[in-house]
Structure formats: C-alpha cells, structure tokens
Ligand binder design. Sequence first.
Ligand code: NAI
Ligand code: MG
Length: 358
Amino acid sequence: TGRPSYRIASIPADGIGPEVIEAGITVLKKLASTLDAFDLDFTSFDWGSDRYKREGKYLPDDGLETLKKYDAILFGAVGAPDVPDHISLWQLRLAICQPLQQYANVRPTKVFRGTKSPLSNCRKGELDWVIVRENSEGEYAGHGGRSHVGQPWEVSTEVSIFTRHGVERLMRFAYQLAKSRPRKHITVVTKSNAQRNGMVMWDEIASIVAKDFPDVTSDKMLVDAMTTRMVLKPETLDTIVATNLHADILSDLAAALAGSIGIAPTSNLDPTRENPSMFEPIHGSAFDITGKGIANPVATFWTACEMLTWLGQKEAADTLLSIVEDVCESGVMTQDLGGSATTIEVTNAVCNEISRQL
Ligand code: NAI
Ligand code: MG
C-alpha cells in the first residue's frame, strides 16, 4: 500500500478568512513534513466577495465539479461589509454545502487547557460537547418569498422544510456519534410545543432511531430551556442534536461558553462520502479585526484536526490538537483568549512545538 496523499481545496474567502487559512495550512504542512507519514496537497481558490464584486459570481459555473475532485475542502469565512450577508452566504457557503449533501454539521466544544470558561461554575473537563446541526434543510431550506415588496401590505414567508429522509439520516448520524463518545448520551433539542408540525415529527423520528441505539441514553429539551441548561448545568450535556437554526444559535453560545468563538471548529460532512466534506472555523470574516494580524488561528487549527480525522489520520489529528492546547497552556494566545500574541506568533509557536515534540 502506498503512502496516503490527500488533495485539499482551500477557499480562504473574506476578511480574516485568508489570515487564518494561511496559518492553518502552515501548521498542516509542518505536521505532515514532520510526521512524514502522509502527504497533503493544497489548491487555493479565490472564491470570495472580491471575485463577486468583480465578476458577479462567488462560485464559477464548474465550481462544484471542480470541488468534487478533492478529498476535502478547507474553508475560511465569507462576508463583506458591502455585500448583503444573505447573498454571500447563499452564493458561496450554502451553494457548496447543500448540493454536496453535507447534511451533518458537527461542532465540538471544550475548554482548552490554559483557557477559561466565562462560567464560574464550570470545572475542568465539565464542558465537553459536540453539537450536531442539520445542515441541508429545516429553517434554512430557502423556501418562501416576498410579495408587494416595499408596500405597507408587503407579505414575506420563511418556510421551514423538514423531510423524514432528512431528519432520519441526521438523527442516525447523531446517535452514532453519541455512541462513539465515552458518555454515550444525547440530548435531542426541538421546540415541539410551539412548532407543532415539523418539530413533533423530529421528536417522533428521534424516538424511533433511539431504539437502534440501546446503549445510548437520551433526553429531550426545548431550545429555550436548553440555553439555560448549557449555562447552569454544562456537565449534564454531551452530544446535542438540533435543527439548522436552533443548532446555529446554540453552537455560537457553546463557543462563547468554552472561552471564545476564536477556537471553535465546524465540519460540514457528507457521511456517505460520495462528496468531499468541508471544514471551517465557526467564526465569520470579522471585519473589525481584519488586517490587524490578531485573528485567533486556533479555530482553524482545530478545524484542521477535524479534517485530518475525517480523512483517516486520527492519530495525527489528536497529536496536533494536544500540541495546540500545550501552546495555549504556555500562555501564547491571542487577545480574544486574554493573551497578547499575534496570529503569526501563535502559528510559529505551534510549528516550533511540532518540531520539539515529534
Ligand atoms: P464574526 O464571527 O465574524 O465576528 C464576531 C466577533 O468575534 C467579532 O468581534 C470578531 O472580531 C470576533 N472574532 C471572530 N473570529 C475571531 C477570531 N478568529 N479571533 C478573534 N476574534 C474573532 O461574526 P459577525 O461579525 O456576525 O459577522 C461578520 C461577517 O462574517 C458577516 O458578513 C457574516 O455574514 C459573516 N459570517 C460568515 C460565516 C461563515 O463564513 N461561515 C459565519 C458567521 C458569519
Ligand atoms: Mg452561526
């Protein structure tokens, strides 16, 4: 058997996206050359808001076909101050996730060694969650419209789409993930009291799928009550599954409770592996700090670890994540984590630690 080699499409896109993706690629190349066990080959695509403003398109016509030739996609962030957010999001990120059927969005959160949760009641190891977000339909299916635009009698609809197929495949994925974690516990989040159609179906499907996972314990939460449980009893949670909108909100809260949005990764997975999966930091393009050299690259480093795990290099991924935590613990952190290091200083510290430890 030959030495594994992975082709990665990188789409740095906007704002701090290029800054953190460059840091991520630097660290990944350093890891691969030091371990000398697999190869990573990166191709960068300039699909972002500048291209949109120049050519009227984020994604070229053959963009999806191009991406399908890669083993994985490493994405930065999209969004520019002078482009409406619904255009950038729908024409780039969702234009990739939805057709490539990356239906499971996975968002792990934990408090890194050397960093602190803003929760004073949270002891070491107590906040260690993974949120599974439905990533292909639900509230973000794009169904709806506007009539009589601008008139006092304007009407707009935003229709959530929940299909049995879509909910069941996601639920199976989430239970499988819960089963693979030590706690084997899942919390199914809905709003099935007020949203009495799609959310009730969601609950029903969860209880059907649960029967196939007898060793996984589950409980149910309404999304509003879930926010208080995350803050007040973080230790009672492990794997969390929720809809596209609910999990979008809960995962930003989770990232903040773990210390900063600057550390959290997200994976957009096609669990069938028919299409490449896409890996990105949770944060956006952060115009307020773009170009200052202070963006936290740790979210992209953790994202790189998630990508390596998906590609079959779990050992290398675990090693890298532990090195990133060592660097945080040594105090080399950006401002959002209470430190004073720059993006490049954190990146260099991780590269030096790779050389030292491996
Ligand atoms: P944001 O995540 O870009 O920024 C929120 C706050 O967190 C800002 O104060 C920012 O400075 C800080 N922050 C974010 N990432 C950081 C990092 N790595 N290190 C240090 N601080 C960091 O969210 P915001 O401001 O709501 O959105 C800005 C743009 O990004 C918008 O156009 C939005 O649509 C887009 N966006 C794109 C996403 C994506 O591409 N997946 C996700 C979220 C937002
Ligand atoms: Mg979000």
